[in-house]
Design a protein around this ligand. Structure first.
Ligand code: PLP
Length: 467
């Protein structure tokens, strides 16, 4: 009798021909949609053979396939609008790339390039040469090298200089940053021995000096990216630590994390130690990210003394951490913007520079349009932040819209609907409603934002009316 009932299941080709599902074929590819349909039919078959319940109707099966296709589509990498007010949101891809960087990727990526080829001699060249002169120019260091991210940069440095040897670190700087990067663990995994000195709030040069031994490989400074220690505090100035290292012949390394190339004070933000300052302080190697305050592609950049950089270049681990041509092309184009003083070509700095009143005007325009569509939206000033483990205590004066939670509806219903909109919008949930901060949303996308909010609120209202 099961056979009888199951014969009623629609054929795959009938489902593929249904218009909504056919649209998913264009988006996901027919092969993927077929797999999804097979999975849905398999589930239906096994449900039907386990219970005597009737086989779902054609329309119900179509709806099930739709849902599964929508889920699949949201799993692919899609553009989202970032309404969180966090400019360098690691979960949302950190820094948007400059137009120049995107053009460079297109130019270099769509054909061949001299990535590892010396056009003068016709012999093999170094892929790292392509950006090192720009790194020298923008940081003031003797040489530079690029790997996949700052975590990889630190790993390479530890592997090259500190295997089975000691690295001295202040207890105040034993950081954990997002994504499971815990400095003590990274040290252990690289085969280095961690020597902690000082206390959480007080560390003196003398602490480092007394911990030196014949086994000391490095003195390490780490940027307090995502926290601050305030109150009864003493730290060692970077230049002092660098001088100690020089005196005793031990390299001094700084994991700078965010790696600003320009002074953030011009954006009304607290001063953030720049790469150039770290180099001027005499640090032997400085490591930082390409996609934090530099505003470029994901990369880990190491600048510093030529003799140490050449030891890193000779390390076999570099082969496993090497960057792709697209990254190098985008990074070079981004650095070029800095070397020409055109920081405003970098989206991160355009977003940081947008005056609050301009954001508020956009918010007022949006709120009025939403109110005309009978949505209770208000324009409001807000506070965003740089994010990405940079400037943890510096609020960014911002503005955006707030939509109060509808009565009788779970507080996160609208936030969840907006995540499924096209393009998805990621918002901040507040007690009174959802907040959409406009600083990280390009003005050109206000219309898409508005349409998505109207669509989601209307769909939500229709649902709750039906209940
Ligand atoms: C962010 C950060 C890192 C990791 O950088 P990735 O490029 O994400 O690997 C390492 N150290 C510090 C201090 C950081 O802030």
């Amino acid at each position: 009798m099961d056979q009888e009932r199951l014969r009623a299941l629609p054929a795959v080709h009938r489902l593929l021909a249904e218009s909504g599902i056919a649209a998913y074929c264009a988006e996901l590819g027919t092969a993927v949609v077929k797999q999804i349909i097979d999975g849905v039919l398999r589930d239906v078959r096994s449900d039907a053979s386990l219970s005597a319940s009737p086989v779902p109707r054609f329309d119900d099966i179509v709806a099930m396939v739709h849902l599964a296709c929508a889920h699949e589509a949201s799993q692919g990498l899609v553009e989202v609008l970032n309404g969180t007010g966090v400019l360098l949101h690691t979960n949302l891809g950190r820094a948007p790339l400059a137009q120049e960087a995107l053009e460079a990727i297109r130019r270099i990526g769509s054909g061949y390039s001299n990535l590892e080829y010396d056009l003068e001699t016709g012999a093999r060249g170094s892929r790292y040469e392509r950006v090192s002169s720009l790194l020298r120019a923008t940081s003031g260091a003797e040489d530079g090298l690029v790997v996949n991210n700052c975590a990889a940069a630190m790993f390479l440095i530890l592997d090259a200089f500190a295997k089975r040897r000691e690295v001295i670190v202040s207890r105040s700087e034993l950081i954990e940053i997002g994504g499971g990067f815990r400095l003590p663990d990274v040290l252990t995994h690289s085969g280095a021995r961690l020597v902690e000195v000082g206390t959480t709030n007080k560390v003196y040069l003398d602490d480092f000096e007394r911990a030196l031994s014949a086994d000391t490989a490095l003195l390490l400074r780490t940027h307090m990216s995502n926290y601050r220690i305030v109150g009864f505090v003493t730290n060692v100035a970077p230049a002092e630590l660098a001088a100690l290292g020089r005196r005793v012949g031990v390299p001094v390394i700084e994991d700078l994390g965010s790696g600003a190339l320009i002074d953030l004070a011009q954006f009304g933000l607290p001063h953030e130690r720049t790469v150039h300052e770290a180099v001027l302080d005499g640090l032997d190697l400085v490591a930082f990210s390409g996609d934090k305050l530099l505003g470029g592609p994901q990369a880990g950049i190491i600048v510093g003394r030529a003799s140490l950089i050449s030891r890193l270049r000779a390390n076999p681990l570099l082969r496993a951490l090497r960057v792709d041509k697209a990254t190098l092309a985008a990074l070079a184009a981004t650095l070029q913007c800095y070397s020409e003083g055109r920081w405003s070509a970098i989206p991160l700095y355009r977003m940081l520079a947008a005056p609050q009143h301009e954001l508020l005007e956009r918010a007022q325009g949006l709120a009025e349009n939403l109110q005309r569509a009978e949505i209770e939206a208000q324009a409001r000033t807000m506070e965003g932040c740089a994010g990405g483990g940079t400037l943890p205590l510096a609020p960014l004066p911002s503005a955006g819209i707030v939509i109060p939670h509808a009565p009788n509806r779970g507080s996160n219903v609208l936030a969840s609907a907006l995540r499924k909109a096209s393009p998805p919008i990621v918002v901040r949930s507040e007690e009174a409603g959802i907040a959409i901060d406009l600083r990280a949303i390009p003005a050109a996308r206000d219309r898409s934002l508005q349409d998505a909010v109207i669509g989601c609120v209307r769909a939500g209202t229709a649902l709750s009316c039906g209940n």
